[in-house]
Write a protein that binds this ligand. Structure first.
Ligand code: ARG
Length: 591
């Protein structure tokens, strides 16, 4: 396996042995190493150790310095300030480490795979049947997809679950209406044209929903028939189920068209909606009631929490079964937990869901803990995301105050991006402009979502998203395309690492940052924090820009230097490409 030890890990090891040689009781202590502007790395951990050992920090630091083995990796180490260590890395170690990453045959840039991977279920991209997708569904899909990619890249066994809203009383009305108007879901568009069939599916569903609603509100007899349908559906009446299935199938045509537009792979077998747990609901309730976790209150089966109270001071329970015997969102989620823990053998469950559902998940997870389904080794957490805001800072709505259709938003992003691509395009055909426009536009939407920490709200501002300057995906995509163009221009001259060469400051900064890719991936995956990877990539592109301004590549002084700079270019390009892929964003070869 071609996993490469990062420079920061090597330095860490060097410092750890110097520390324990100086102060045996400090063995295992964290030297608190970080990248620094003053030197390549700075270690601040000695201050706390000196305090503990009642030693003078500068003296202790000086003793540690005398124990540090310098040479291959650490070129220089010195005491600074009150007892910090400033560490300079040898140029040949920087180039050498990157060369090892570059040589990784698996194309993983030396990023290690987990030694003992666990199983994580990620619950994301969960739209609702017969309903339009909106920006909230966008966030869940984009963040979830990136977390899936990140975890899989670290070797984790990932199970994807799309917990779509495909069950509930609202289906009674729809099913009854379709039964009475059987041709309402017929298609005209060719099934091959995903976008057109998706549009048609959604407009069919929308029309049908409105018509059914109208009838339901104005026709008492229809209302009665619709209510009877709910009972039939829950009882598993085959004819009712068959009509219900039509709604699910029609909705999937629409969902898949949106996911395709989002350039995201969603697999049918991973769609296990609320209906998928129907057979477990009664047993879930029985288990909770028998164990005393849930109690009957006014006929409903409830779980109470000391710290969860309504505005009137009365406790707000989680209702697992309503007094009329019906099951809701909580029963489904609790059953899904049992399935994920006991059938799928998950160690970890991550729910990528709007922060406004935080109370629901808090109660569901606590209930599952009390029932013994979750514990220290088997955990669940909500990866809660904030609200998408309009330019006015209020939740994103159309001028008429309606929710914005996700499809319209994506189309507009692609249109804007195509305009940007067209303006800059030098040797691109119309077809290429359309393709790149989609990659840039969708990339822009994803990046805007992923580059701020998920729990924060963010403004949906297309002008800013497709801007070439600043922290945008377009900036990163241009950096990548620019490197690829240099590599093409180099023709016969290939990138080759020359560790013997001295590096310029801009080369060292770029190289040290490129070497930190593995750590960044590990951190982003471990914390489910794609924004950390995004920030890293933006920094990488910025350092590359500085390097490119300061260090001529093809016109470098010696042939060896040309090769080495091409090598730095290529390492940067591969890192950008891999990193962007983990965010679900394409890096076109030409822009
Ligand atoms: N369908 C829900 C919605 O649109 C999200 C489902 C979240 N996942 C879950 N296991 N409850 O808000």
């Amino acid at each position: 396996m071609a996993s490469v030890t990062s420079l920061s890990d090597s330095v860490q090891q060097h410092l750890a042995s110097a520390l324990s040689a100086t102060l045996p009781e400090a063995a295992g202590a964290d030297p608190l190493l970080r990248r620094s502007d003053r030197a390549d790395f700075q270690a601040n951990g000695i201050l706390a150790l000196a305090k503990k050992a009642k030693a003078n920090p500068r003296e202790l630091a000086a003793q540690v310095v005398s124990q540090v083995v310098t040479g291959d990796v650490i070129k220089d180490v010195e005491v600074s300030g009150p007892g910090f260590l400033n560490i300079t890395i040898a140029d040949k170690a920087i180039t050498g480490n990157l060369a090892a990453r570059y040589a990784d045959e698996a194309g993983r840039l030396g990023v290690p795979l987990a030694a003992a991977p666990g199983t994580t279920v990620i619950d994301y991209a969960q739209p609702n049947v017969a309903k339009e997708m909106h920006v909230g569904h966008l966030r869940s899909a984009v963040i979830g997809d990136s977390v899936v990619q990140l975890l899989e890249f670290t070797g984790e066994n990932v199970i994807r679950r799309h917990h779509i809203g495909d069950w509930g009383t609202q289906f009674g009305m729809l099913i009854q209406y379709l039964d009475e108007h059987p041709h309402e879901l017929d298609h005209k568009a060719s099934a091959k044209d995903t976008a057109a069939s998706g549009e048609e599916a959604m407009s069919n569903l929308d029309r049908l929903y409105k018509a059914a609603r109208k009838k339901f509100d104005s026709d008492e007899e229809f209302k009665t028939r619709a209510r009877r349908r709910v009972v039939d559906l829950q009882a598993g009446d085959p004819r009712t189920l068959a009509i219900w299935q039509k709604f699910v199938d029609e909705s999937k045509i629409y969902f898949f068209s949106v996911f395709e537009k989002l350039d995201m792979e969603i697999r049918d077998e991973d769609i296990v909606g609320e209906s998928g747990y129907n057979d477990m609901l009664a047993e879930t309730c029985r288990l909770l009631e028998e164990s005393g976790v849930a109690v009957r209150s006014e006929g409903a089966l409830c779980v109470f929490f000391d710290d969860i109270k309504g505005p009137d001071g009365n406790p707000v329970p989680l209702i697992v079964q309503k007094s009329d015997g019906g099951y809701g969102y909580a029963a489904t989620d609790l059953s899904a937990i049992r399935d994920r823990v006991f059938n799928l053998k998950a160690n970890t469950m991550v729910y990528v869901v709007d922060a406004r559902q935080a109370l629901h998940f808090k109660m569901v997870f606590e209930t599952a803990r009390r029932a013994g389904w979750l514990n220290e080794d088997v955990t669940a957490a909500q990866l809660a995301f904030g609200t998408v805001l309009g330019k006015d800072g209020k939740p994103f709505k159309t001028r008429e105050g309606e929710t914005v259709r996700l499809v319209d938003l994506l189309d507009e992003a692609v249109e804007r991006a195509s305009a940007v691509v067209r303006e800059k395009a030098q040797d691109l055909s119309e077809e290429e402009i359309a393709e790149r426009g989609a990659q840039v536009g969708i990339g822009a939407v994803k990046y805007a979502d992923l580059s701020t920490s998920a729990n924060r709200d963010y403004k949906f501002d297309l002008d800013q998203m497709v801007s070439l300057n600043g922290d945008t995906s377009v900036y990163l995509q241009y950096a990548y395309a620019r490197i690829r163009s240099i590599l093409r221009k180099a023709g016969e001259v290939r990138p080759v690492a020359h560790p013997e060469l001295e590096l310029a400051a801009a080369e060292r900064a770029l190289g040290l940052h490129a070497d930190a890719f593995a750590e960044t991936v590990a951190e982003s995956a471990g914390e489910y924090a794609p924004h950390k990877l995004a920030a890293y990539l933006y920094q990488l592109a910025s350092l590359y820009t500085t390097f490119y301004d300061k260090c001529p590549v093809l016109k470098a002084e010696t042939p060896a230097q040309v090769e080495n700079r091409l090598f730095l270019c290529d390492v940067t390009a591969r890192t950008l490409h891999q990193g962007m892929a983990l965010l679900g964003i394409r890096t076109p070869e030409k822009l």
